[in-house]
Design a protein around this ligand. Structure first.
Ligand SMILES: Cc1cc2nc3c(=O)[nH]c(=O)nc-3n(C[C@H](O)[C@H](O)[C@H](O)COP(=O)(O)OP(=O)(O)OC[C@H]3O[C@@H](n4cnc5c(N)ncnc54)[C@H](O)[C@@H]3O)c2cc1C
Ligand SMILES: NC(=O)c1ccc[n+]([C@@H]2O[C@H](COP(=O)([O-])OP(=O)(O)OC[C@H]3O[C@@H](n4cnc5c(N)ncnc54)[C@H](OP(=O)(O)O)[C@@H]3O)[C@@H](O)[C@H]2O)c1
Length: 657
């Protein structure tokens, strides 16, 4: 809240200390935001370079190391000699472990070290540039007139950054390759740091006392409006609010952001230094926001144009079908719109006016299917597809159409489940795809780990790997697909597609599917006798029993007894299909949670001398268990120097807010 007279540099030859102070203040208030931006631009460039270097080195050195280590295969890490040529790879692994796999937990918040360091650096940068060089010409230190207005200018300068970090289509994501969901953390973090600065700026003005007449000034009232709106924004963006009342958060956020921007624009209008108007920091946010919306609208129209056409028949054919697979899971299958392409693990927002209760409501879901280049004949020309049990249409749709596995919650998803119970169809507009893409073709081993509906992320990665090996693009030799579920009935979500995928897997690729059923109370469910699930009494230890799929009592009985529809009117896969699936040699089932640390250690040892990619999607708990499993010594520098696996980790875990 600089006074308007601050903007005029005195030109008198005899310069008083007060006017000298003013000239210095203005010069620094103009200059420092540019320096902050230079610093941030370097940081963004550094992240981009790091990611690129990590990718390139990983590819180069893994190949080198693979050839040099082949002869050492079978030797244990502790005995293997240190190979100095692996040093770059060891350093990259050290950086990955330290930056991304160690976390600091504060209540329900969990930040990895990279996020902590970025937050600290951002905070340090803004506060340093606010409070340095605040000694006035008379020697008074921390002169409030030096830093309070400068804080205001620095706040304004950060608004475009915060806006960009919060949009789905943004340039920072494009440059750094960091997905917009991950940048969303930085969006909130930057807004919270700026919030503190806003109160430093406002507090410096309020502390000496505001006159009632001051409030008659429109620019001041607008500043207060912007500060109050930002404060409310920071409160409603806290996780408990977002988790409990997402729609409330969403609409309030929209209104409050508008108030912040309009308030800040009018507030800064009052200050026009000779060379630069501070409003120049505010209006780009409208453009950044507008570009994001325009891209979204263009995509919406491009991918859903048949809905907007005159041929109502064609539009209807695009309606999504819904099935209630289990009481807590809806499968939504949508004919792939022309030109819609996606990569494994990407997300699409579903806009479903017939199901939503509010306008502009859109919900993100991971695309559980794979954008395959194989022909229908190639996908189905396998032994599995000739079985009488194969349910060809839903299975093939996992390679050709858009499939979503939707966990039933309380709002939109519950209404969708009601429609799915009637096998209804719904009109869906697609916005997407969003999210980072992963190239898994260059890893020797891929390990995919999912909890519950997190399998929507790992299933397309598995299909991608199989197709990559079939087409000769992927060097992968081993895939381990780990899936933790509470209810054994959940296997029916993907059993057919997994069976089909295994049947077209080339011999050169070894695939192991390991399913862990963790629900202990499930035996009391009315459906369980039909599944033949053993009662806890019959099961010695619920946490450790391993079930060999070829003699699976749980599922043998299911062959004869599993109904097509159970008493909840829930659709279940054909019983033959389920039993055929659990009897496949590549499939094992266990009860209880897996020890992810041991599993990952074993996988890394098997991949010795090669590269291993681990992708995990599920709750925060499962993601954090995988992070822990891939710290030291599994992915430590010494292990890599001795020829251990070069391990990359991708984590997708958004919880529900
Ligand atoms: C990137 C991403 C990918 C996801 N992929 C899947 C998936 O493949 N399968 C799946 O079942 N779920 C997925 N989810 C979660 C899914 O978006 C929410 O469960 C769904 O939007 C809840 O809708 P609801 O109205 O029934 O929720 P409510 O019962 O109202 O709330 C349940 C939870 O969902 C959150 N939520 C509600 N609306 C939204 C929204 N529009 N955007 C984000 N969160 C919301 C709430 O904060 C709350 O924590 C994903 C979420 C994200 C962020
Ligand atoms: N793209 C995405 O980011 C995306 C997509 C889909 C889903 N998701 C997320 O995935 C989660 C899935 O929720 P859900 O309700 O479908 O599944 P769920 O019912 O919560 O089941 C999760 C399974 O994982 C197991 N598990 C949890 N922590 C574990 C650990 N540390 N080690 C081993 N196993 C563990 C659970 O075992 P217990 O029974 O012992 O707890 C349970 O069997 C949600 O948080 C959702 O937001 C994210």
């Amino acid at each position: 809240m600089a006074s308007s007279s601050d903007s005029t540099i005195m030109t008198s030859k005899v310069v008083s200390p007060a006017s000298e102070d003013k000239a210095i203040r203005i010069e620094r208030a103009n200059e420092y935001p540019h320096e902050v931006w230079f610093f941030l631009a370097c940081l963004i460039a550094l992240v981009a370079v790091f990611r690129l270097l990590s990718f390139v080195c990983s590819k180069m050195f893994t190949r080198n190391s693979l050839s040099s280590q082949d002869s050492e295969k079978g030797a244990s890490h502790s005995k293997a000699v240190v190979n100095i040529r692996n040093l770059p790879l060891a350093l990259i692994n050290l950086y990955r472990v330290v930056a991304f796999r160690f976390t600091l937990d504060f209540g329900s918040y969990s930040l990895n070290l990279a996020e902590v360091v970025l937050t600290m650096m951002y905070m340090a940068a803004l506060f340093t540039w606010t409070f340095i060089n605040t000694t006035n010409v008379s020697g008074g230190k921390f002169d409030v007139s030096y830093w309070s207005n400068r804080a205001g200018v620095l706040i304004a300068s950060q608004i475009p950054l915060i806006t960009a970090l919060g949009t789905r289509n943004n340039i920072i994501s494009f440059i750094t390759g960091v997905s917009y969901e991950n940048l969303n953390f930085l969006h909130r973090m930057a807004a919270r740091v700026v919030f503190v600065l806003v109160w430093a700026h406002a507090g410096a003005k309020i502390a000496p006392g505001l006159e009632a007449t001051d409030l008659k000034e429109a620019w001041l009232r607008c500043g207060i409006l912007a500060a109050a709106s930002l404060t409310s924004l920071c409160i409603i963006s806290l996780r408990p609010v977002r988790a409990r009342a997402y729609e409330f958060f969403f609409y309030t956020h929209l209104v409050l952001v508008l108030l912040v921007l309009v308030g800040a624009y009018r507030h800064t209008e009052n200050f026009s230094p000779l060379v630069f108007s501070y409003q120049t920091y505010i209006w780009p946010s409208f453009i950044i926001w507008g570009i994001d919306r325009i891209i979204r609208v263009i995509r919406l129209v491009a991918f859903n144009h048949t809905y907007f056409g005159f041929d109502s028949g064609a539009g209807k054919a695009l309606d999504a079908t819904t099935e209630l697979l289990t009481p807590k899971c809806v499968r939504l299958t949508l004919k792939r719109p022309p030109h819609f392409k996606w990569s494994p693990g990407q997300v699409a927002y579903l806009i479903t006016p017939g199901v939503s209760s509010l306008p502009f409501e859109s919900h993100p879901f991971t695309i559980a299917s794979y954008d395959s280049h194989m022909s229908l004949k190639e996908i189905t020309s396998s032994a599995a597809s000739t079985d009488s049990d194969s349910n060809t249409t839903p299975t093939v749709s996992y390679w050709k159409e858009l499939v979503f596995l939707i966990n039933v919650q309380e709002g939109f998803t519950k209404r969708l489940a009601d429609i799915a119970a009637r096998k209804g169809s719904v009109k869906v507009y697609l916005d997407g795809p969003y999210g980072a893409t992963h190239n898994l073709n260059t890893y020797d081993t891929n390990v995919f780990i999912a909890g519950g509906t997190g399998v929507s992320h790992t299933l397309p990665l598995l299909l991608d790997t199989i197709e990559g090996v079939r087409s000769g693009k992927s060097i992968c030799k081993r895939v381990t697909f780990i899936w933790c579920i509470r209810d054994p009935r959940n296997i029916t979500w993907i059993s057919s597609v997994l069976a089909q995928a295994l049947s077209i897997t080339p011999d050169s690729l070894k695939v192991a599917v390991r399913i862990y059923v963790t629900g202990s109370s499930i035996s009391n469910s009315p459906d369980v006798p039909a599944l033949g699930y053993e009662s806890p009494e019959a099961t010695p230890s619920i946490s450790s029993v391993e079930v060999d799929s070829s003699h699976t009592p749980v599922f043998e009985k299911a062959q004869e007894t599993l109904p097509i529809k159970n008493q909840d009117n829930v659709l279940v896969d054909n019983p033959m299909s389920l039993s055929a699936f659990v009897n496949l040699p590549s499939v094992t089932m266990r009860q209880g949670r897996p020890s992810l640390t041991n599993l990952l250690k074993e996988e890394a040892e098997e991949t010795r001398g090669g590269s291993m990619c681990v992708a995990v999607c599920g709750s925060r708990s499962i993601a954090s268990a995988v992070r822990k499993g891939l710290q030291f010594p599994v992915s430590g520098p010494l292990t890599v120097l001795r020829g251990g696996a070069n391990v990359s980790l991708h984590v997708e875990s958004f919880g529900y807010a």
